[in-house]
Design a protein around this ligand. Structure first.
Ligand code: HEC
Length: 109
């Protein structure tokens, strides 16, 4: 029960920070992209490719639509088909950091 409450709170926070990232909104916090890069290396690159490049068999995240923050959070949290869910592993903050890495870090180059 406690976990569930934390999760719902996390979702609310994720939504709040989504608003902050709308065009013209706050830039990503310092350190967020770096944190996302480390998380990506640990959890995502086996399928999505080192530094987002040449994904072996998962989707190319460099092509992920930049305006679709909600879809990113949903997919990463709950998974879809062969994409595993990460709700048990990652905190909402971690998913935000991954988003920062994908849209403003590696994915921007
Ligand atoms: C076991 C392999 C695997 C791992 C590990 C993995 N993914 Fe995926 N991911 C996939 C596959 C396969 C898909 C395509 C799912 C589909 O649409 O059928 C996918 C899809 C996605 C999508 C949706 C793309 C779209 O166009 O909607 C996002 C976002 C994503 N992954 C992010 C991540 C992140 C962030 C991590 C690390 C926390 C991660 N993935 C780890 C296999 C993986």
């Amino acid at each position: 029960m406690r976990l569930r409450g934390t999760f719902i709170l996390g979702l609310a926070l994720a939504c709040a920070s989504a608003a902050a990232q709308d065009p013209g909104g706050k830039p990503f916090a310092a350190g967020q992209i770096g944190k996302g890069a480390a998380l990506y290396e640990t959890h995502c690159q086996t399928c999505h490719g080192p530094r987002l490049a040449n994904p072996e068999w998962a989707k190319d995240l460099r092509k992920f639509p930049r305006e679709d923050h909600a879809r990113f959070v949903d997919t990463v949290t709950y998974g879809v088909r062969n994409m595993p869910p990460w709700a048990d592993v990652l905190e909402p903050d971690d998913i935000e950091a991954l988003w920062a890495y994908v849209v403003a870090g590696e994915g921007k180059k």
